[in-house]
Each structure stands twice: as structure tokens, then as C-alpha cells.
Design a binder for this molecule. Structure first.
Ligand SMILES: [Zn+2]
Length: 367
């Protein structure tokens, strides 16, 4: 993509190809501009894979660090503001092309593949996805041009569309724990990553990178089940959330790296010697609706807040809001208590909040 200044925005891909055929694994980092930790994970993966004998790798691994240069370079004073594209206000992770929304006749595709080998089904369905993707790419080259988000997503998705496994490395934009998002019927593999917990993306956010990749496959599985041939394709997408924004938290980087290596080993991509396994499996799984976000009930300053990683019971104090006024009264302190029992996993960096702004997130869980 060429900028007004004449500079060109481009992506660097690192590809490692094993001695034997196998899965294609696609890993990217920094899709949101402030979420840096995944870049350090990819750097260490590059070092690890560079030293690895080709016989210890089956299939191929594609790595794309700093995958969103525009978002990564955005600033508001000292702060990285790259969650949204300043040009059009779009969230950089809600813009992706989703084959499922093309409305192609999946019902007929399944009917014609009811007795086919799963490998052939994957191959033929992937061809359909690719053909549809190519068709929409042609619109980008019309004399009318195309908007930024479509140009950008075309580049990024073209790298990942034929993958068997997509791992998208994020962090909190604020301060958070290390956890992951997973999709329907993929709970088994969550334990390999050894993170604090995992959230099932059962309610879709809409056009996130991981979703756009896997939704067509989930739809295909659902249609096969509908036509009485339950089948689960070995196609997976993960979003890892590694710690705090604007930081390379060493512990989060180490956990991310160890988890990915262990996952790749378990999936047969790394073969031979087992890389150091995770010390404990991912600790618990939760549905999306177990996430509860707290927003400031009035404007003020946050104090005495619990840290990420704190388990709270209903009624426990989560934080205080120091609230100022213009009515001649002394400033007040408001206590905010937990509505339910669970784990606080993310908190806002800024302690000043307007009414309605984000303060913290917890995942409800009875213990
Ligand atoms: Zn993110």
C-alpha cells in the first residue's frame, strides 16, 4: 500500500518448510497496534525454527510479525492507539472477508460430498474459498479503487486462507492475564497452550481474523451434521491474549512461546523431541457470556482496584471511584462490588474514567 508521502507499507513473511508434508500453520502478531508481545514470540519462534533440522518439521509454518504496520505506528502522545484505524474508525480486527457470508450453496456442496474422503472435502472446499476470494480481489483492481480496509485485509488474508491452523497473537490494550479464545468443538486442544483460561467464541463478534478464517469450516461441519454425516475437520483458529499492551512482558512472551511449541508438537507439526511441555494445562474453559465487563457508573478516578489474577466473590470490593463534583460538596468515594464470583482478568490502564468507560473485566466462575 502506498502512502501519501510515497512510502510503501509492506509485510514480511517468514516461511519454514519441513522435510515431510503436513499442515500449514499461520501465525501473526500485532494486528492491534498496541499489542506487541506476540512479536517477541515470533522472533523466538524464528530463532527456534532456524536451528531446527527440516526432519523435525512436518508441513510448514508461516510467521508474520508486525502484521499491521499502520496500526502499530499510530500514536496519541506516548500511547499506542492502534486498535482502530484513525482514517475510518474501523477496528483493525473486525474487517475480514468471510466466505460464509458469500451465500454459496453449501447444502449442495455437502450433498455432493457425502461419501467423500475428508481430505478431498477439505481440498475441494478450500478451492471454493480461494475462487470466491479471488473473485472479490478483482473488484479491488477496478478503476474505482477500493477502501483501505479491503486493500489491507486482502494482503493479510491471502497469506492465511489455505492454512490448516491460524494463530493470531494479541494482548490486552490495557493490563491483562494470558488467555486464549477458541471455537466450537475445539476445546480439546486448548489445554496444550497452558494459559490461564480459555473463552469459547460461541457468540460471534463479527469479522475478526480468526472468525473469518474458521466460520466457513464450522458452517461446513454443521451442514454435514445436518445431512447425517457428523465430521470434524482438523482446521483450527486461535487468538492468544498475551498480557499487557505496549509491553513485552517476559512472562507472557515465555508462556505464549512455550504454549505454541507444545501445541505444534501435539498437532504433529513439530516431530521428534518434545519441546518443553507447559507446566500446567490451560486452567479452565468458559463460554463467552461468562465474561462480565464493568464500566464506570459515574465519572471519577479509580483507586484501590484489585489486580488481574484476583478471584473475587459476589459482594467483594472491585474498586473505588473517587468522584469530584461542582456543587460545593467534598469529593466522594464510591465502592463498586462484584456482582458475581469469578476471576478478574483485565483492567484499564488509565485510572481516570468518564461515566460509561471501561474499568475491568472478569470471567464468572463458581469455585
Ligand atoms: Zn487485539
Amino acid at each position: 500500500m502506498q502512502m501519501a508521502s510515497g512510502d510503501r507499507i509492506s509485510l514480511q513473511t517468514y516461511q519454514f518448510v519441513g522435510a515431510t508434508p503436513g499442515k500449514k500453520v499461520y501465525i501473526q502478531a500485532n494486528l492491534h497496534g498496541a499489542e506487541l508481545a506476540g512479536n517477541a514470540v515470533i522472533h523466538q519462534l524464528i530463532e527456534f525454527l532456524s536451528d531446527l533440522d527440516a526432519s523435525a518439521l512436518a508441513g510448514e509454518i508461516w510467521l508474520v510479525p508486525v502484521c499491521n504496520p499502520l496500526g502499530m505506528n499510530q500514536r496519541s502522545h506516548h500511547f499506542a492507539a492502534g486498535r482502530y484505524n484513525h482514517y475510518d474508525g474501523r477496528d483493525w480486527n473486525r474487517i475480514y472477508w468471510d466466505y460464509e457470508q458469500e451465500g454459496e450453496d453449501i447444502d449442495a456442496f455437502v450433498r455432493s460430498h457425502l461419501n467423500s474422503d475428508p481430505m478431498l472435502i477439505i481440498q475441494n472446499y478450500r478451492q471454493r474459498i480461494q475462487a470466491s476470494f479471488q473473485a472479490q480481489l478483482e473488484h479491488l483492481h477496478s478503476p474505482a479503487g477500493a477502501p483501505v480496509h479491503k486493500l489491507y485485509r486482502a494482503q493479510l488474508q491471502s497469506l492465511a486462507l489455505d492454512a490448516d491452523c491460524v494463530i493470531d497473537l494479541h494482548s490486552s490494550s490495557n493490563r491483562g492475564l494470558d488467555y486464549l479464545y477458541y471455537f466450537r468443538d475445539r476445546a480439546d486442544s486448548t489445554s496444550f497452550f497452558g494459559l490461564d483460561f480459555a473463552i469459547l467464541l460461541d457468540e460471534y463478534d463479527g469479522d475478526a481474523f480468526d472468525e473469518a478464517f474458521i466460520k466457513p469450516w464450522l458452517a461446513l461441519e454443521a451442514e454435514f451434521a445436518q445431512q447425517s454425516r457428523p465430521i470434524r475437520f482438523d482446521i483450527e483458529a486461535w487468538t492468544l491474549e498475551l498480557g499487557t499492551g505496549m509491553e513485552l512482558n517476559p512472562e507472557s512472551v515465555a508462556k505464549g512461546l512455550r504454549g505454541i511449541k507444545h501445541y505444534l508438537y501435539q498437532k504433529g507439526v513439530l516431530v521428534g523431541l518434545e519441546p518443553s511441555p507447559v507446566p500446567s494445562p490451560t486452567q479452565f474453559l468458559a463460554p463467552r457470556n461468562a465474561v462480565e465487563k464493568y464500566y464506570a457508573p459515574t465519572g471519577g478516578l479509580i483507586q484501590a482496584r484489585v489486580d488481574p489474577g484476583t478471584w473475587v466473590k459476589a459482594g467483594d470490593r472491585l474498586y473505588q471511584l473517587l468522584s469530584f463534583n461542582k456543587s460545593g460538596q467534598p469529593p466522594g468515594v464510591i465502592e463498586i462490588q462484584a456482582k458475581s464470583t469469578g476471576l478478574v482478568y483485565d483492567i484499564s490502564i488509565n485510572h481516570a474514567v468518564n461515566q460509561g468507560e471501561y474499568v475491568l473485566a472478569m470471567v464468572q466462575r463458581d469455585v
